[in-house]
Design a protein around this ligand. Sequence first.
Ligand SMILES: [Zn+2]
Ligand SMILES: [Zn+2]
Length: 247
Amino acid sequence: MSRQMGDSHRRFLQTMMANGIVDEQGARKLIAHCCEASNAQHNPDKLDDFIETINLKLQPMFMQITKGMSEDSGHQFYALVNMAETDVTRMSSDYADNELELFRKTMDLIVCSEKGNASSTDILNSADTMTTKKLKKSETEHLLNRLVHDKWLNEKRGEYTLSTRCIIEMEPYIRTMYQDQVKVCHICRNIAFQCQICENPACGIKIHNPCVARYYKGRAEPRCPACDDFWPHEIPEVRRPKSQSRK
Ligand SMILES: [Zn+2]
Ligand SMILES: [Zn+2]
């Protein structure tokens, strides 16, 4: 089997470098497009092989295209990860020191919260405790908009969560920085922020909302997969990628 990088791989990589992250559907479309534009043979069943070919070339540069799940929809995404620098400082070409301090504080709030989110009010309040040059309220609001635009945070009704890109790219950093706070999902074993928690105090496992949906689908009575206590939360529905559900 060919493991050579061709023009199609190079085109795909260029788009990944520009966008940072793409969902699985988007990756499939992009590969089809890149193969067509490069007159290369296209095999839609070999998505992971295509990515692996690129990753072999990226390895010596400590870069990698890594797969991860959106905590919101449960859909798979591919992000270009700089393995040598998974720390917040990798953002220092785009953000000033005090802006990165506020981003770290936002991360602290989100990681240490029960539901994996932080309100804009809590973030604005945390700006008061900054040790670098303090950000004004309007500057903090502007920064939060930029962080959402640059795909580091998600925002819904004034609540901020870590984006899929942020979780995939900074997972090693988050695991090291927040060793005592971070828990993994009992089902998929990835770090979990937005999730449901077992209410048995002796157990307390976390499961991502989309993993809850998949795990309990078709089970008569929801019980905790670890302690067998009744699972008291509302079970969300499994969400399918839009274009697949229409087929
Ligand atoms: Zn999970
Ligand atoms: Zn339990």
